[in-house]
Design a binder for this molecule. Structure first.
Ligand code: PMP
Length: 480
């Protein structure tokens, strides 16, 4: 039943880390003092954290010298790949010249000005202004305040409700987590905050039974119109969505979805917000995901890929409609962060974007690496554990299933208590490839700098680990 062939080249041995680390001591200190994000600390203490000490190209090394292909580009962010000395040099030079100055009180700095102008040039034409933040969550918090401020200034202060989607991820601050549609986050800390509502996600594999993809796209967009009518059109301020849902499991909407969302927003005069924290800066093979999906948002949230994660930076691209009102009628916008427009972060972004352009990394996703990943992921569907697999640019997901069917809708899922995705993720980690598990959906989003040969290497490792997972699942008597 298994296609398990232990290939010598897949064994991970490379002891390429020069410095010796005392992994156990680091793990003890880690669990004694470091509270990690989204982590069960009792479980972490049992296992000990994996200590990552070095990275180059698409590879990471841990403190025991193990070499791992980073299928998640850090956390969807290292778009230019690891080991870019020129980004480090740009940050170093900027830190020596001007490590920090704020952008409050009528001051600015050179890298922030240059980056704002460059982003205006790179993004769709309606975007001529940018508001900088330190992260994607702060970008979405900014959007909540900016959207509500816009409607105050436009003379419609009753328009306060922002509609988002279940299983969306928009960050971890109070507003970001409220916009997000993750029940586990809402359950902790009294969320969502008032004035945020959710509709269903355009997940064809889970919810499109009995419809063509095109029909389902229109149907799922229709939930927005229903919600607008339920809330009352004169109370709705904006709709926010990720062009492709990332943390929710690489949920790729049908092509009919976003144009219909745009039509509905236009019909009710509602602001359209694209959260491009993952999709921005080339992930889908276009600079921004809205360009691939065919819609024209009023606001774009970005972070991650803008600096390839070398230094934290986020922001909001502000379209002409909102920018004009804020600037011409707004007076003070009482909002901002100490690190808005941080000079070193902006210097990192400028050099990162230069690399993305010089190496045509975005075009390569569209024409070369994205199509190659698509073909290689399609080949994994032959595996007995894989029900269906989808890719968009360099984001991909596959579902582990108990019984395969002819279509995604005929497959039988494992009971969630088996946590097969987590089992599979452990095999991946142990065998030198990072894939993330969202339930039983396994996802990747490698650096955009990945070569075709490295995609092949990554997919072969994934196949090998699927074999190991299958063996374990069969041994436990879990296959149908
Ligand atoms: N929006 C989206 C779509 C994201 O994927 C994320 C992070 N994964 C965020 C917002 C939040 O970004 P940050 O973690 O930088 O606050």
């Amino acid at each position: 039943m298994t296609t398990n062939t232990p290939v010598a080249s897949l064994r991970v041995t490379a002891p390429e880390v020069q410095e010796a680390y005392d992994t156990q001591a680091l793990q003890q200190l880690d669990s004694a003092h470091y509270l990690h994000p989204f982590t069960d600390h009792a479980a972490l203490r049992e296992r000990g954290a994996r200590v990552i000490v070095r990275a180059e190209d698409v590879y990471l090394w841990d403190s025991d010298g193990k070499k791992i292909i980073d299928g998640m580009a850090g956390l969807w962010c290292v778009n230019a790949g690891y080991g870019r000395a020129s980004i480090a040099d740009a940050v170093h030079a900027q830190l020596l010249q001007l490590p920090f100055y704020n952008s409050f009180f009528n001051t600015t700095n050179v890298p922030a000005v240059k980056l704002a102008a460059l982003l205006a040039q790179l993004s769709p034409p309606q975007f001529q202004h940018v508001f900088f933040t330190g992260s994607g969550s702060e970008a979405n918090d900014t959007i909540v305040r900016m959207v509500r401020r816009y409607w105050q200034l436009a003379g419609k202060p009753g328009r306060e409700v922002i509609i988002s989607r279940r299983n969306a991820y928009h960050g971890s601050t109070m507003a970001g987590a409220s916009l997000g549609g993750m029940p586990g986050m809402h359950a902790q800390g009294g969320l969502p905050i008032p004035g945020i509502d959710h509709i269903g996600q355009p997940n064809y594999a889970e919810e499109g039974r009995g419809m063509s993809e095109a029909e389902f796209g229109l149907h799922a967009a229709g939930w927005l119109e229903e919600k607008i009518l339920e809330v009352g059109p004169d109370r709705v301020a904006a709709f926010i969505g990720e062009p492709v849902q990332g943390a929710g499991g690489v949920i790729i909407p049908p092509a009919t979805y976003w144009p219909e969302i745009q039509r509905i927003c236009d019909k009710y005069d509602i602001l359209l917000v694209s959260d491009e924290v993952i999709c921005g800066f080339g992930r889908l093979g276009t600079w921004f995901g809205c360009q691939l999906m065919g819609f024209e948002p009023d606001l774009i949230a970005f972070a991650k890929g803008v600096t390839s994660g070398y230094v934290p930076l986020g922001g909001v691209l502000v379209g002409s409609r909102v920018a004009h009102t804020l600037i011409e009628k707004g007076g003070d916008f009482n909002h901002g962060f100490t690190y808005s427009g941080h000079p070193a972060a902006c210097a990192a972004a400028l050099e990162n974007i230069r690399i993305l352009q010089a190496e045509h990394l975005v075009e390569r996703v569209a024409l070369e690496t994205g199509p190659h990943l698509k073909a290689r992921f399609a080949s994994l569907v032959a595996h007995p554990l894989v029900g269906h697999a989808e890719t968009c640019g360099l984001a991909a997901g596959l579902n582990l299933v108990r019984r395969k069917g002819q279509t995604a809708h005929d497959c039988e899922a494992f009971p969630s208590t088996h946590a097969v995705g987590m089992l599979c993720r452990k095999h991946m980690f142990d065998n030198g490839v990072i894939m993330r598990a969202v339930g039983d959906r396994m996802i990747v989003a490698p650096p955009l700098s990945i070569s075709v040969a490295r995609i092949d290497e990554m997919v072969e490792r994934i196949r090998y680990c699927l074999d190991l997972t299958l063996e374990e699942v069969v041994a436990r008597g879990w296959m149908a």
